[in-house]
Design a binder for this molecule. Sequence first.
Ligand code: IPE
Ligand code: IPE
Ligand code: MG
Length: 238
Amino acid sequence: MAKDSAYKIPRHVAIIMDGNGRWAKKRLLPRKAGHVQGSRVAEQICEDAFDLGIEYLTIYAFSTENWARPQDEVDALMDLLRKYMKDSIERSSKNNMRVTVIGDISRLAEDLQESIRTLERVSANNTGLKFQVAINYGGRDEILRAVRKLSTRVAAGELSPEDITEEVFYSYFDTAGMPYPDLMIRTSGELRTSNFLPWQLAYSEFYFTDVLWPDFNKKELQKAIDFYNGRDRRFGGV
Ligand code: IPE
Ligand code: IPE
Ligand code: MG
């Protein structure tokens, strides 16, 4: 597609990074090898997204449902996240990205929670890519947590039910203050959202590709943005 002046770069892109296991299986490697390669791709795609002019990038790294996987795979994923968070503490000062983790981190190991808090703190004032990593994230869980916080305030008489507008409700979400994603990408050919950002994706454009996450790259991201440019976003209007 010609990149003329009307070419639009989505402000917020959300990605379901799927297909690590199948990528490894095709190579007769353990699933963990797919996750290792997948995390390298996640690192690179931050640079690529920023190069292309994307402001917010949110990736799905571990869902509230992923605890159901065999313990050794869960352990391998947690070790990778541990390494990712530690490395990002240094990386974020070089590439200027602001990193936040969305999801309920209270269920994660204490040392991992500590790395996450450090990373969020040291990168908080960075002005580059706003990068959100979803860990122990589930959209239904996020909504329930928001409802609990909100109802506590209502019960305390600090807020009346009539005051609960979309804006007020959204301010209790993990992504509070961020624009809703314009474009959602899912790799590996699955046509579902698997509990990723159900509230926030209500009006997003969806791009599905058969490419497995460990094979995803800047060219594939560019294809998704080209697809986005072919869409007519009506938001209920005409
Ligand atoms: C995505 O790859 C990574 C996570 C869900 C953590 P998968 O591990 O789901 O890979 P497939 O879907 O089995 O190929
Ligand atoms: C979604 O992928 C979760 C992440 C990418 C972290 P899954 O592989 O867990 O989703 P399902 O099981 O195919 O729906
Ligand atoms: Mg999968």
